[in-house]
Design a protein around this ligand. Structure first.
Ligand code: KG4
Ligand code: ZN
Length: 336
């Protein structure tokens, strides 16, 4: 089954064709980072417009790269939730039109499930059940993945996503948007024990996350130093901040591995590209004796191939959408 998928939930427009959920035939991605950079973050209205401008040519490009024509595609898939509502609507309306015009089945895919599915593309042997942690610019979700389409969220961020904290701290440090990758590089050469930033725990919710306190602590540290005219060591700030994020990830995963006894852990999302987080999760899984799967760096960020992969399993479960499909911007505990 060859599925054409469209992704437009945030600031990447992407179109891809994947066969049977595992074989990527083509994947076109157009990042809007250069457009949003000057504003220090994603401007939703500009993102929607840029998606409109890009979606047709990217879809044509994905078909051309796969040496296919639209009639040869078996189904059309699209990210419908969560994300920026205007951005999601571009993909949803485009995919609905394509499906209607070609009489092909339409499949609505949850973006968080899509991030997890990036691992199906990279690891042919991977199948549920497993524990999944999706950490990205907009999401921090810890889930029991019981089957390809049965997700149970056990932990979620109460405030900011991990990536939001990376990007905000980076911005205050004068690093351009998005700052995660550069923070990663700075942290490599800094001292992670130099500054004691807080590690938040959420009372009576051992798997939930909270990053706004950590973010504020780092921002306050930077502003204080600036007001006093003190020099800061950017590498140490990045390393100490990264260590705090790693500790919170390790702590939640450790509890979940012990409590849910899942045979494997799957990491996904833009922040799963972080070398420090990858290393500390690797160490944790090794010490607990569970397998760990992580996407290659090329599949950590937003792309439509991961959406096409998850769409295959939604189709197998007969989870089809119809012309009434709408965008759902909110991320709640029900990753449907
Ligand atoms: O998954 P993604 O492309 O978009 C969302 O679904 O939100 O994630 C983007 C996020 C940004 O916040 C970016 O700074 C972060 O992923 N990121 C990183 C790294 N590479 C990208 N954060 C930490 N370390 C990295 N190496
Ligand atoms: Zn994403």
């Amino acid at each position: 089954m060859k599925i054409l998928a469209i992704e437009s939930s945030c600031d990447e427009t992407s179109a891809a064709i994947v066969e049977d959920g595992r074989r990527t035939l083509s994947c076109k991605i157009l990042s809007q980072i250069d457009i949003h950079k000057r504003f220090g973050g994603v401007v939703p209205e500009i993102a929607s417009r840029a998606h409109i401008e890009a979606v047709v040519s990217l879809t044509e490009g994905a078909l051309a790269d796969a040496e296919m024509t639209l009639p040869e595609v078996d189904a059309i898939a699209v990210t419908y939730s969560p994300g920026l509502v205007g951005a999601l609507l571009v993909g949803v309306n485009f995919a609905k039109s394509l499906a209607y015009a070609t009489h092909k089945p339409l499949i609505a895919v949850n973006h968080i499930r899509g991030h997890v599915a990036a691992n199906y593309l990279a690891h042919p042997e991977l199948k549920p059940p497993f524990l999944a942690l999706v950490i990205s610019g907009g999401h921090t979700s810890l889930m029991k993945v019981n089957s390809f389409t049965d997700y149970e969220t056990v932990g979620i961020t109460r405030d900011d996503a991990a990536g939001e904290a990376f990007d905000k701290v980076a911005r205050v440090m004068g690093i351009g948007y998005p700052g995660g990758a550069e923070m990663d590089a700075l942290a490599n050469i800094g001292n992670s024990k130099a500054i004691a930033f807080p590690r938040a725990i959420v009372k009576d919710a051992p798997y939930d996350f909270s990053y706004s306190g950590l973010k504020t602590a780092v921002v306050n540290y930077l502003h204080n130093a600036e007001q006093k005219g003190e020099e800061i060591c950017r590498e140490d700030v990045a390393a100490s901040f990264s260590a705090a994020v790693c500790d919170t990830v390790q702590n939640r995963l450790s509890h979940a591995i012990d409590d849910f006894k899942m045979p494997a852990v799957v990491l996904a999302g833009g922040v799963s590209a972080n070398s420090h987080i990858r290393k500390c999760v690797e160490e944790l899984c090794k010490s607990k004796g569970v397998s760990l799967y992580m996407p290659p760096l090329s599949l950590c960020g937003d792309n439509a191939a991961m959406i096409a992969s998850q769409a295959y399993y939604e189709a197998k479960a007969e989870n089809f959408a119809n012309i009434t499909l709408n965008a759902v911007p909110v991320n709640n505990k029900f990753v449907k």
